[in-house]
Design a protein around this ligand. Sequence first.
Ligand SMILES: Nc1nc2c(ncn2[C@@H]2O[C@H](COP(=O)(O)OP(=O)(O)OP(=O)(O)O)[C@@H](O)[C@H]2O)c(=O)[nH]1
Length: 245
Amino acid sequence: MPHFKHKYLDVRRLGSELLLAGLLFLAVFLIASELELADQLYAWTRHLEAYNLDEFLISACLVAPFYLILFGYRRLVEIRALVEEANTDVLTGILNRRRAMDVLAGEVRRAHRYRRDLAIILFDIDHFKDINDEYGHPVGDKVLRQFAALAGRRIRNLDLLARTGGEEFMVIATETSGAGATELAERLRVAIETTGFGIERTVTASFGVSQLRPGESFAALMQRADERLYWAKREGRNRVAGSTL
Ligand SMILES: Nc1nc2c(ncn2[C@@H]2O[C@H](COP(=O)(O)OP(=O)(O)OP(=O)(O)O)[C@@H](O)[C@H]2O)c(=O)[nH]1
């Protein structure tokens, strides 16, 4: 049987839950039949008519399925909120590293399977420690939030932005070549350099870009972008180490 697994709906799991419910129902049904529970219940309730026991039982039977549906729906909403929370970076509201790695692993598989371009950009705010030291942590946090919002506005809808570390971010650029991602990185670099972040100093960032090679693993793709990012840092920061390097 094909195993259809949606983000929130696992069909195999649902099947096993239904099977369990069915078996439980069968067991209770057989016991109830054997003990003639309906007759016994009827005989018992005849003694208690003054207490509206029939109505009580009928109401309970009517309410139970609706309540179960409501209960299930509320759990589903809660689970969705928890999944969302587990995937989101609290400070900036963009995807966190955990989710970004999941998405990237999936995109790498897809790119290999359909022979599509895939590139990533790793970027890191320059001398961020100095910003924290000079203006304090709350201002540093504000810069990080503004930085994430700025980058988010500059990428395509289909690209994905994540915060992968303290002051390190990543763009997963699907259907994009290394040259295209290098151009995007350069545009981001200029946008950051020319944006005021509400502090005296100019905020800049360094970038490392890599394009997926045939048969390459997700880890190798990340490592190449990381090495290029550190090359950009070593060479003086506020620069892009493109994927042709
Ligand atoms: N305000 C704030 N600071 C953070 C957060 N996460 C990490 N940092 C700070 O980011 C700074 C990173 O410093 P470094 O790794 O030395 O890097 P850098 O100063 O940016 O220097 P280069 O990357 O080499 O240009 C540290 O001071 C961390 O405390 C955060 O969520 N909020």
